[in-house]
Design a protein around this ligand. Structure first.
Ligand code: LAC
Length: 224
């Protein structure tokens, strides 16, 4: 763990990003591989990249997953037929949680724990329920309610409005460097789960702490 300031943080609630943080988006690679042998991982990565780019473009252009998928497949020169597209879309409803997700969420109890995600409620709720992650959550908040995507402050504000706490008393946890930075810029106490050992984002303030796995989190967080 690399702490920016204190080595432990007194907090009243924890907010989690969903995709890549609690749920492993690379788990769709196996399904991609069954459709296009050896290309599953590249397809999953290209799709994820486009997913993020399109959320940002959409936020700036003041429309979604199918178009991203088509772009990802075309980039790799793969034929994307409607039935294959549906199988990949369904895979996003059936992602695996990271093995460290449920134990870390459980260990953070009785702190309030919620998800704040760029996904839709229709994607997030069945996934959290079927994987058991919902058992460890007090609420699931989606950008649906804000009409714009993270890292817009309007999205982070949804968590403040829901929890009715000052931003600094809220721990925000994301494996996306840009999301941890956006959350810190908003005023949250930000934890970046740097699962991939990626370099620190140069844009915006540093997160308060950088951890490698969610397992490190409970020891860092004290209750207010
Ligand atoms: C989310 C994406 C950004 O769950 O990981 O919001």
């Amino acid at each position: 763990m690399i702490a920016n300031s204190a080595s432990t943080f007194t907090l009243d609630a924890m907010v989690f990003d969903a995709y890549g943080t609690l749920f492993d988006v690379q788990s769709v690679a196996a399904i991609g591989d069954r459709m296009f042998p050896t290309q599953g991982s590249a397809l999953a990565k290209a799709w994820r990249t486009k997913q993020l780019e399109y959320t940002w473009l959409q936020s700036l252009m003041l429309s979604a997953t199918q178009r991203r998928q088509d772009f990802a497949a075309e980039t790799l020169g793969l034929p994307m037929q409607p039935q294959l597209r549906h199988r990949l879309l369904d895979a996003y409803l059936d992602l695996s949680p990271f093995p460290d997700a449920a134990p870390a969420l459980a260990a953070l109890s009785p702190l309030r724990r919620i998800i704040l995600s760029n996904g839709t409620r229709a994607m997030l709720e069945p996934l959290a329920a079927s994987t058991g992650i919902a058992l460890h959550l007090d609420a699931i908040l989606s950008v649906d309610a804000a009409g714009i995507y993270k890292p817009s402050p309007r999205v982070y504000q949804l968590a403040v409005d829901h929890l009715k706490l000052a931003p600094a008393r809220i721990g925000f946890v994301s494996s996306n460097g840009w999301d941890a930075t956006g959350a810190k810029a908003f005023g949250f106490t930000a934890f970046w789960v740097n699962r991939a050992g990626a370099p620190l984002e140069r844009h915006g303030p540093k997160p308060d702490a950088i951890i490698s796995t969610l397992a490190e989190l409970p020891a860092l967080v004290g209750r207010g």
